[in-house]
Design a protein around this ligand. Structure first.
Ligand code: PEP
Length: 249
């Protein structure tokens, strides 16, 4: 019932080879049926962005990336600049995913620089935040989110260049999800923070929920106030599941 158009974003993580193009083709074919309800975005590994973007031209599925380096070019072996991802056809970049924060020690400050890099390249930044199980057990969830949001979101964030993804770390890839009541409370808290910092833009910004979203729970989660779509990991690898989640919007 929110006026904000939902976004269903798939994060393939480190999965996918050239042969996965068949699954992406199936997503493109099925996407027309959900285009009226939601924007669709698939973020494959960087190696597949150009090929997928070529297939997606003129279709209703956008292609994105999972990370970028803050700089535009230079001596950073193995890293990929936002400009390169945009050049390959990405229209959005996920930054600050909990796996990057954990595997690569990414700080909120670095995540903010990456979001700014996405803008510099002309693409949307999807900034991920979320508490760990330990932080949740200690009752620190809202404090953690307040800190992550204040440091990871660049000044000047707007509804058309920034998406927030709330992803409780304990819910990612575990099959566990917060209750709808918890999601409503937390998304409402995030909305208040966004409005207090970005005014009208904060009121219109998309706040995605992520963490074990699947066809069987998507409709309930997507119906929660201030949930404007989903960031989907495992279930985004199969066209049937990904499209079923989008239909639940
Ligand atoms: C994610 O990694 O962004 C995610 C939400 O993963 P999953 O859906 O597999 O829990």
């Amino acid at each position: 019932t929110d006026a904000i158009r939902p976004l269903i974003a798939g994060n393939w993580k480190m999965n996918g080879l050239k042969a996965s193009a068949a699954e992406f083709d199936a997503m493109l074919t099925g996407a027309a049926a959900v285009a009226a309800k939601a924007d669709l975005l698939v973020c494959p590994p960087a190696t597949l962005i150009a090929a997928f973007a070529a297939k997606a031209a003129g279709k209703t599925v956008a292609v994105g990336a999972q990370d970028c380096h803050p700089k535009a070019s230079g001596a950073h072996t193995g890293d990929i600049a936002a400009e390169m991802l945009a050049d390959a056809g990405a229209s959005a970049i996920i930054v600050g995913h909990s796996e990057r924060r954990a595997d690569h020690g990414e700080s909120d400050d670095l995540v903010r620089q990456k979001a700014e890099a996405a803008w510099r390249a002309g693409v949307i930044a999807i900034v991920c935040v979320g508490e760990t199980q330990g932080q949740r057990d200690a009752g620190q969830t809202l404090d953690i989110l307040r800190g992550q949001l204040s440091l990871s979101l660049p000044g000047g964030s707007k509804a058309d260049n920034l998406v927030v993804a709330y992803e409780p770390v304990w819910a990612i890839g575990t099959g566990l999800t917060p209750t709808a009541k918890d999601v409503e409370q937390i998304h409402g808290f995030i909305r208040e923070l966004l409005i207090s910092r970005f005014s009208d833009e904060g009121a219109k910004m998309r706040i995605l929920y992520g963490g074990s979203v699947k066809p069987s729970n998507a409709a309930e989660l997507m119906a929660v106030k201030n949930v404007n779509g989903a960031l989907v990991g495992g279930a985004s690898l199969k066209a049937a599941d990904f499209l079923a989640i989008a239909k639940g919007c």
